[in-house]
Design a protein around this ligand. Structure first.
Ligand SMILES: *Cc1c(COP(=O)(O)O)cnc(C)c1O
Length: 479
């Protein structure tokens, strides 16, 4: 077996030399980013580290080919290699997730969601206007017909999780296009337990009668019962759309099985490929046969031309996700989140829902007298990279917030285990305990500024460096 890491080192090093000959500021920034990634205790729940093979697959000639359309039906000539790439990526996605159909073109998670929404509208909206017009093509429509058509599509209803309960902007948030193209109603979580209340969700759905029920989240620290979600969708005749952008790696790695695996229950599933799935930055859509034709029209109806170099990298990452090594990784992500939550709780932190059973925890920073913004900044100054996040019924609003979200996928990729995450919990509680809010100039409690006990940031940063030194990022990569 040749030393592939040494080979990759030469490949990256040579590539940077070539880039530097044109614009050295860019090759410098690429090198600096690697140094930053290596030196940061990355606990951002939506980030990860792709493999060297996946990263190397992104920079090549596939980027130069236009391939609008779909496999075997392109609007451009000469797409045989793109067809191969897209077919292999879709085959891996179908087999990894056990899906009837996979569409690997979306450029990002949000793009994947837009493809999903558009496909569901096309497959499901019964248009009296089109029926009245019978066999007429769109070219024959009068302006008044178009007005009727737009109104029919815009009358559709979507129901997703609210932002402060952990949902995503694209699940019907009023300032997002999803909240403008649909009438929307959001469901929250139980105020006591912080968990999804499926009975209340069913009652709300009966009243609101959505066309689309959206399940999935960015900041909910628990598993979802997709069998219950399916029952609710069926009870009101809704399409079940699952956005598994955050937890796709736990589905791929068979940590979420049975009723926690969305694929057998959902009509359409969308995801990113760069979060817990550990692939290149991008998205994909899985669907049942009923929706496959509509999803397949994603490009050019919703998306620009496919990024074939990125589809190639998706194929490589999806092939990696089909290995038993990836299953061990996914299990470690969940075990580490458990260790982190236990460590935080033992040291007196309050967690939304009281813990976790996925890859993330949400700390309520108000018990430390801090806003999410102050907590995030104090942790960052101490070398601990997290992000602030709203918590249910957040007293500080969506900008300052009252929580920090902490995820295990990235550091688990570096090899940290349960004991190491207990150490991380100790560092986090130490910083939050040693941080004090600074009163604002108005005399009101400040929401942005804080002070830290003398020397605490330096001491914590030294501990973070020691931990990171024990788990090098890309060991053997000489760059
Ligand atoms: C991250 C995320 C997205 C968006 O992904 P992008 O690639 O940033 O567009 C969509 N939905 C959910 C639930 C997410 O967590």
């Amino acid at each position: 077996m040749p030393d592939l890491t040494a080979t990759a080192s030469r490949a990256f090093s040579d590539a940077l030399t070539v880039i530097a000959s044109v614009e050295p500021r860019i090759s410098d920034a690429i090198r600096a980013e690697l140094a930053d990634q290596r030196g940061s205790l990355k606990l951002i729940a939506s980030e990860n580290y792709a493999s060297l093979a996946t990263l190397l697959t992104m920079g090549n000639w596939l980027s130069d080919k236009y391939a609008e359309g779909t496999i075997g039906h392109r609007f451009y000539a000469g797409c045989q290699n793109v067809d191969t790439v897209e077919s292999v990526a879709a085959e891996h996605a179908r087999e990894l997730f056990g899906a009837e159909y996979a569409y690997v073109q979306p450029h990002s998670g949000i793009d994947a969601n837009l493809v999903a929404y558009w496909a569901i509208l096309n497959a499901k909206v019964e248009s009296p206007t089109l029926q009245r017009l019978g066999a007429k093509t769109v070219n024959d429509l009068a302006e008044s017909d178009w007005e009727d058509l737009r109104a029919e599509f815009n009358r559709q209803r979507v129901m997703g999780m609210s932002l402060d309960a952990g949902g995503h902007l694209t699940h019907g948030f009023r300032h997002n296009i999803s909240g403008k193209m649909f009438a929307q109603h959001s469901y929250g979580t139980d105020p006591e337990s912080g968990l999804i209340d499926y009975d209340k969700l069913l009652a709300d759905a009966r009243e609101f009668k959505p066309l689309i029920l959206v399940a999935g989240y960015s900041a909910y620290p628990r598993r979802v019962n997709f069998a219950r979600m399916r029952e609710i969708a069926d009870a009101v005749g809704a399409v079940l759309f699952v956005d598994m952008a955050h937890f796709a790696g736990l589905v791929a790695g068979k940590v979420f099985t049975g009723e926690e695996n969305p694929i057998p229950y959902a009509d359409v599933v969308a995801t990113t490929t760069h979060k817990s799935l550990r692939g290149p930055r991008g998205g994909l859509v899985l669907a049942t046969k009923e929706f496959s034709d509509a999803v397949d029209k994603g490009c050019p109806m919703v998306l620009g031309g496919p990024l074939s170099n990125m589809m190639a990298a998706k194929a490589v990452a999806l092939a990696e996700a089909r290995t038993t090594a990836f299953q061990s990784y996914a299990q470690a992500v969940a075990d580490n989140a458990q260790a982190l939550a236990d460590g935080l709780l033992r040291r007196g932190a309050r967690l939304v829902t009281g813990g976790t059973d996925n890859h993330l925890v949400l700390i309520d920073t108000t018990t430390f007298g801090l806003t999410g913004r102050q907590a995030e900044s104090a942790l960052l100054e101490s070398g601990v990279v997290t992000n602030r996040n709203s918590i249910p019924a957040d007293p500080n609003g969506a900008w300052y917030t009252s929580g920090v979200r902490i995820g295990t996928p990235a550091l688990t990729s570096r090899g940290l285990g349960a004991d190491d995450f207990d150490e991380v919990a100790d560092m986090i509680v130490g910083v939050l305990t040693g941080a004090e809010p600074v009163t604002a100039s108005t005399g009101k409690p400040g929401k942005a500024k804080y002070t830290l006990t003398d020397g605490l940031a330096d001491r914590t940063r030294a501990r973070a460096e020691e931990l990171l030194d024990r788990f090098p990022l890309y060991p053997g990569l000489t760059l």
